[in-house]
Ligand binder design. Structure first.
Ligand code: FNR
Length: 343
């Protein structure tokens, strides 16, 4: 197995052991109860929109695996079958491995094969060129491309990148060259309003704020090092603070919430803070590997049902309507919002 492939397996195994920290800040967000909502649960539509992309519900399976041999191929196939069964979108893991070793392509192509009519997102790191971006999209006939930015992960990764120059130019060139939406995503360290505003100026269709408080790639990479860079373990902008940051950036850019999301209530809070959709990675991986495909299908259906109940309670007939819902922010998220002028 190549070193890249064995790293993918390491990530999968360490992510399952490290788990999600649940320090995303959602406990700081509370809805204001509405005693007399005017909704019928069955009339509520869960349809949402990320720019020009229509989602049947604001849930999608976020980028995880691929290129790590048979185990990751099998997980990708199972995730894609779950996505097809529940009608949710799915992002594949970084395709750089498959661009460098053609033999790895099947573990990504299998996602499109298993989910022929659904939303599928391609995924590459910010070192990707225009040519690589086009090939990654073609490989799986992707509906959008995710470009992940993961500087802290690279720094902690023993064999990670050390030269981060030129990222803005590469992102801009890819946005100009592709005729499908580009999503720039973090991997669990969050995003600031300054970053989101500049990405909007570059023509990026959506940001996935990938907030701190869920899967922690500093801890995962530190497990693979002899000398730990422990100072990065608590580094990053929490999911709720990142959502407030992105909302403040205001440009013409859709916002996707991710980073530790596990429940419908956390989804509803994300939507109320301006997100159009929520990405689930670590939680879905755990349910799939511990309990199997049927359990993950049931989990997604429960999330959808619970979200309908929450929308009804909050008097919203669709996820996007939650943006007008009053909420109260306390604790660390409030402290952050005040100092960053985000309220
Ligand atoms: C990831 N993630 C990820 N992201 C990405 O853009 N490309 C990738 O190849 C991977 N690989 C990957 C592997 C594994 C095993 C996990 C658990 C995660 C990051 C993922 O998409 C997400 O941004 C973070 O995991 C934070 O979300 P959760 O896990 O807290 O929901």
């Amino acid at each position: 197995m190549s070193s890249r492939a064995s790293r993918k397996l390491d990530h999968l195994n360490h992510a399952l052991v490290t788990g999600q920290a649940r320090t995303h800040g959602f406990e700081d967000i509370r809805f204001v109860h509405n005693s007399i909502p005017e909704q019928h649960v069955d009339a509520i539509s869960l349809t949402s929109q990320i720019g020009e992309l229509t989602l049947s519900s604001p849930i999608f399976i976020n980028a995880m695996t691929g290129g790590g041999g048979l185990r990751t191929e099998e997980i990708n196939r199972q995730l894609a079958e779950v996505a097809a069964e529940t009608g949710v979108g799915m992002a594949v893991g970084s395709q750089m491995a498959a661009l460098r070793e053609a033999g790895q392509q099947q573990s990504y192509r299998i996602v499109r094969q298993a989910h022929p009519h659904g939303l599928v997102f391609a995924n590459l790191g910010s070192e990707a060129t225009v040519d690589q971006a086009k090939k990654a999209v073609e490989m799986i006939e992707a509906d959008a491309l995710q470009i992940h930015v993961n500087v802290i992960q690279e720094l902690v990764m023993p064999e990670g990148d050390r030269d981060f120059r030129g990222t803005w130019q590469r992102i801009t060139a890819i946005v100009e060259a592709l005729d499908i939406p580009v999503i720039v995503k973090e991997v669990g360290f969050g995003m600031s309003k300054e970053t989101v505003a500049r990405l909007a100026d570059c023509g990026v269709a959506a940001v996935d704020i990938g907030g701190f408080g869920g899967t922690n790639f500093s801890k995962i990479e530190n497990e693979r090092r002899e000398r730990r860079l422990a100072y990065f373990d608590e580094w990053g902008i929490s999911t709720t603070c990142s959502l407030l940051e992105a909302r403040e950036a205001k440009g013409d850019i859709a916002v996707i919430a991710s980073g530790g999301i596990q429940t419908a209530l956390e989804m509803a809070k994300s939507l109320a803070l301006g997100a159009a959709a929520c990405g689930f990675a670590g939680h879905f991986l755990r349910v799939l590997t511990e309990s199997g495909q049927d359990a993950l299908i049931a989990e997604i259906r429960t999330l959808q049902e619970d979200l309908r109940f929450l929308l009804a309670a909050l008097d919203a007939e669709s996820p996007l309507q939650l943006r007008d819902t009053p909420l109260v922010i306390s604790g660390k998220t409030f402290h952050w919002a005040v100092q960053r002028s985000l309220t």
